[in-house]
Design a protein around this ligand. Sequence first.
Ligand SMILES: [Zn+2]
Ligand SMILES: [Zn+2]
Length: 547
Amino acid sequence: MKIQPIVHKTLAEAVAGKLTASLLDGSLQPGTQLPPERELITRFGISRTTLREALKTLEKDGFVEARKNVGWFARRIDESNMTQAREMSGPARQAERSARSEPPTGPIRLPIASEKPIHIPNLQKDRFGTFDFISWWDREKVQNAKVMVVGAGALGNEVIKNLALMGIGNIFIVDFDKIEMANLSRSVLFRETDNNRSKAEIAAARAKSVNPNVHVQYLNGDIMTKLGLGVFRRMDVVIGCLDNREARLAVNRFCYWINKPWVDGAIQELLGLVRVFVPGQGACYECTLTEQALRDLSLRYSCPLLARQNILLGKVPTTPTIASIIGAMQSQEALKLINNMPVEPGKVTHFNGMVNEMHTTAYSPREDCASHWTYGDVTELPARAERTTLDDILRIACADLGLNAVIELDQELVTRLECSTCHTVEEILRPLSEVTFDAGRCPICGELRETFLTHVITGEEPYLHRTLASVGVPPLHIIRAHNDEEYRFYELTGDLMDALHFRDYESTIKLAVEKPARIRIKDKIHVNATKETPVLKVRSSRIRLRD
Ligand SMILES: [Zn+2]
Ligand SMILES: [Zn+2]
């Protein structure tokens, strides 16, 4: 394999390419005058020499012309000057040259990015200015993007840090775990003083301090039970930074149901892998599991109370270095998805840090994969999980589907626990996630009792007056109903404002109110009303996340 030399672009070439792009997309009409040099210099954050160099290049190709004592004017782009420009530039041309071992002749210009309208950044003031020089980077898409990061451990820390640095506009962080000392060796966002605090909360606060331009929201809870599907529905990409199969399987199914791409990452010692799953395009996560793994998963679920407890154990040894490598790759895949750049769904890229080998292979999709199902149209109801009862939602379903409609809950509901020794029955009616293994034991004899579960509500139940929230339905969830023939999907859209806002850590004012001491300091600023910065410095150093 012949390795092609990397083409380096000078700043002048990049600026010339940008101006050409705006000629091609019509934002600079032929015959119109370019902005004054002074303005271009400020907006690009470049020197006069660099700008002149860029303009001279464009003049040579006949894209612009100088009118003496007036300025620069755009010219019509036609076949002749386009051909001339292509002659001088383009990766194909350069590859040809290097194949013939010829030195590049004349200035090498960047390929024209005609699809991208011009934006002239001010590199002195604009944090994301340099990204605009990336031909496919769409600033608006990146700023408006909504990305969920599931898991704020070693991988999650790296991913969140990268998303914040790149200015991914809205970041939703989910984790149920607390920070412990051993996390500090692998987590760039955590500090010693964070011990025992929520990982999701601290990661969100630090993302905001890495880049105050991004909006963050966090959920300190379990992805499998506490997050409504309506949140997934409003994301552009989901990034899984998980360490167990159960959570991956849950994320995979949720994403498939509402047709969202997700990026999985996994690390162990110096090994790691990255894979992108897009519903309907190649294999999904469940397709990658062996028969044995699927059997193991169902075996663990056969004792439901124990299965949940086991998920919480199991720690994998990793290094911060492999977390950086894999987390960086995951962040890039998400960035590509946001910018509509091609990705390779259903494939896995393995990285072996021991021997520095990387290879990509495709998984085979399974015909009979249980995850392959995508919801139809979702009906948005002004209902809330806290206020809507099982009866309410069943009535709506019956109106649409007929009297044989039933509701399918996503989480198993523990209805009762029975002790076969003492012949006692305890009515429970709580979601499985809220019933601990110990609670499963008989208070009289200590034996493990039999657990009775259901996830189908038919209308016969004596507990139809219970709210959806009380049976474990999270806010903004999408409820599934069906008769024997078809399904309907109802979103609890009344929860939208509370469940999805990206306003966490939006201002320090809220924090100041929580601490009386800070109000006093604020008063002081009012009273003294001087421009002395030391006062402000004291104030900002006192701001802590929350007590
Ligand atoms: Zn599958
Ligand atoms: Zn008993």
